[in-house]
Design a protein around this ligand. Sequence first.
Ligand code: TYD
Ligand code: MG
Length: 460
Amino acid sequence: MATSDPRYVCQECGHEAHKWMGKCAGCGAWNTLVREEAPEDVEAQVPDLTSNAQNNNGTSDYGAPERLTEVTMEGDARLHTGIEELDRVMGGGIMQGSFSLIAGDPGIGKSTLMTELAGYLPASDILYVTGEESKRQVKLRAQRLGIDSENLYLLAETNVQQIADAVDEVGPDLLVVDSIQSIYRPDLSSAPGSVSQVRESTASLLKLTKEQEFSTFLVGHVTKKGTIAGPRVLEHMVDTVLYFEGDQHHAYRILRSVKNRFGAANEIGVFQMREDGLHEVPNPSELFLSERGYGVSGSTVVCSLEGTRPILVEIQALVTPTSYNTPQRTVTGFPSQRLQMLLAVLEKRSGLAFSDYDVFVNVAGGVTLDEPAVDLGVAMAAASSFRDIPADTGSVLIGEVGLGGEIRTVSQIEPRLKEAAKLGFDRAVVPENNLDRIAGDYDLDVTGVGKLKGVVDMVL
Ligand code: TYD
Ligand code: MG
């Protein structure tokens, strides 16, 4: 199988070609193919599952077939970090032997979160490999965070082999590699950060993790286009993919699981970045509504389900006469195509003509929403600003808007109502067809609606 032919690897998606092409046949990106040497020993790049059959403690995870009822769950312990927001996102703690990727923009707080882990886990040995900063820099950060743990080992290293040696020496419960883009395998000629290096280094670390049954966090930087270098390749190799999101200008940081083999995906944890590190936000709805304007037009409150967690968020819209030939549509935190669609439906089904107006929509707090259940709130915010009539401030709006102007059913209505009642709202406007799925009794009025037009008249 070994080959010395050159290969060209797309730095966006990892697609391989035998000759250079301007456009990647895998993902369609332009100018992303880079020549990389094939590894000498091709076998080595595939995690060798058979060697796991005889791992350290002689137990087998891959060997002979076993009946489901006979598979033991021993050793499937979860490490509770004490950082509630992180534990939730991980599906209730860090699974022993799990291999996770935490990705995000530079400067978002990945290293901070990973360093803080050490403060929360005084009983676990943590090996923190830093490929980007010096040990002193990490120590400075730890001091700032008030962490002075005996059990935190620092290693400034980028060579996978050296990292493996350090793992043997320390025998950690948790390994943090910050960042995977800085790590390399000396037997490959391509540069650190290239798809081959990122992929092969990850494969080696994965093998190490699974064999020795500690847990690993890889830190990965997201590139400008919003993907991790060597992205898709990495995402399917790891057990858990966490994205750390947020906007540099806001203090909020959202940790979101986009993939989790040990829990629900799309679960979020909310943090606030302060002088002395990340602080958990146990009730995000309160935070996202804290700066809400009352008595102004263009503001509504929606309820978005993030993983298993309902979150109330304010939507703001501003509709002003345009001075351009093509009116502007500007959105932050919501898909712009969806806004275009909602404006078209409002125009056709409710007679609000936006064609001479610029429309700005903003999801407060720097949150990104892409759940259809927030449609109704976004449409009503636009309608409210258009008519310059404030929307009812005591109502939460829940519902997907269809092209016919119909309000469509949403999933999981009950947790949403519960959250709205908890935060003191006195009315929830929900899809008519959802009414018979509501069994519980909530401390708020639930109004069912069937058509967009009806809601415009009701809320404004
Ligand atoms: P960092 O964790 O280094 O980001 P990443 O590893 O994702 O690149 O955090 C960087 C930013 O966070 C930096 O601009 C400083 C800020 N910060 C605080 O505001 N408070 C703190 O306690 C720490 C450690 C960092
Ligand atoms: Mg960092």
